[in-house]
Design a protein around this ligand. Sequence first.
Ligand SMILES: CCC/C=C/C(=O)SCCNC(=O)CCNC(=O)[C@H](O)C(C)(C)COP(=O)([O-])OP(=O)([O-])OC[C@H]1O[C@@H](n2cnc3c(N)ncnc32)[C@H](O)[C@@H]1OP(=O)([O-])[O-]
Ligand SMILES: NC(=O)C1=CN([C@@H]2O[C@H](COP(=O)(O)OP(=O)(O)OC[C@H]3O[C@@H](n4cnc5c(N)ncnc54)[C@H](OP(=O)(O)O)[C@@H]3O)[C@@H](O)[C@H]2O)C=CC1
Length: 301
Amino acid sequence: MSRPKVFRPDPNDTTRPKRGLTEDDLASRETVFRDDLLSGQRILITGGGSGMGKAAAFLAVRLGASVAICGRDEEKLKTTQAAIYEATGTEILTQSTNIRDPEAVEELIATVHDRLGGLDTLVNNAGGQFPQDAIDFTRKGWLAVIDTNLNGTWWMMQEAAKRWRTDGTPGNIINIVANVERGMPQAAHTCAARAGVIYLSKTLATEWAPLNVRVNCIGPGVIETEGFVMYPEEALKRFHQANPMKQRGNAWDVAEAITYLASPAGRFINGDLIIIDGGQAQWGVVWPAGMPDYFNEGGAA
Ligand SMILES: CCC/C=C/C(=O)SCCNC(=O)CCNC(=O)[C@H](O)C(C)(C)COP(=O)([O-])OP(=O)([O-])OC[C@H]1O[C@@H](n2cnc3c(N)ncnc32)[C@H](O)[C@@H]1OP(=O)([O-])[O-]
Ligand SMILES: NC(=O)C1=CN([C@@H]2O[C@H](COP(=O)(O)OP(=O)(O)OC[C@H]3O[C@@H](n4cnc5c(N)ncnc54)[C@H](OP(=O)(O)O)[C@@H]3O)[C@@H](O)[C@H]2O)C=CC1
């Protein structure tokens, strides 16, 4: 397969399929959890306007939590807010925030404390990357991915923890990372950033234990969401082949794991990484820019 060096998705391309769970699905999909599991909890989800973050927001509200979401695109946040209100009658808090901007992050944490009366669980889900061979990364592209996934996640964690320390209240951090165990060819920038977050989290799980703050990560494999628009159709065709179950996960698979860690069931889990990938970590490679001929069966010996 010949692969272009750069794949830039066109946001106005209506010929591509719309992917991810629908709002009707998120409003009605069965959950294993009891109705009031998160009652009284205040949860902030970054990147909550789409994909896994949106699914986690729907589920948390359905289980009784007060929820805040952020992202850069105000319109996306408002659409999700309206859909959750329509489904549940509960209004969530939204604040447009670029997690790369530490001052905006500071304002976000302050608003959440003011408006929700505190924060119990922070879900660092915002992030992303573009598919490309590492050798072709521009400096700007490398910096954009590292700044979003590593620095942005750190600003969120530090700001939340500072506030928990000042208030003397417990905290819980759940970082959505990726499946980095055997590397991530064609996504080396995000692999570097996510590996950083995983070991940052393990470190903080110890440093912040005296503050009664837990820190864990969730590593999704191939989870079908709106975010798949970042990848060429040719590459998407074989995403399911990256795991031995030969399936794509969905946003609910991750939303339920987030809920588990946010619930009292997660109270003794700290510094860990929960992988949700159908076994990909043991088996396959995603090739988000398309599999190079070299690695095809029958390719170069
Ligand atoms: C791996 C499989 C499993 C994982 C699945 C998922 O995660 S699904 C979830 C997937 N969801 C997401 O990933 C959602 C979030 N992702 C994003 O917002 C972006 O991917 C971001 C993380 C790069 C942030 O970007 P930003 O706001 O800073 O936007 P910007 O547009 O200003 O880019 C800055 C620079 O980066 C470079 N560059 C950018 N695109 C490409 C490309 N296609 N090609 C090559 N290079 C590219 C370029 O240098 C550009 O500068 P230029 O040349 O324009 O002057
Ligand atoms: N789907 C998958 O297979 C996998 C996904 N992941 C990761 O899981 C997370 C959720 O992805 P998914 O739901 O699939 O995809 P989405 O693209 O739907 O979600 C990414 C979210 O992050 C937000 N975001 C991105 N950059 C920033 C920023 N600088 N500041 C604030 N918000 C930002 C986006 O909102 P906005 O554009 O409005 O800012 C968007 O809502 C991401 O970190 C993703 O990389 C990891 C492994 C696999």
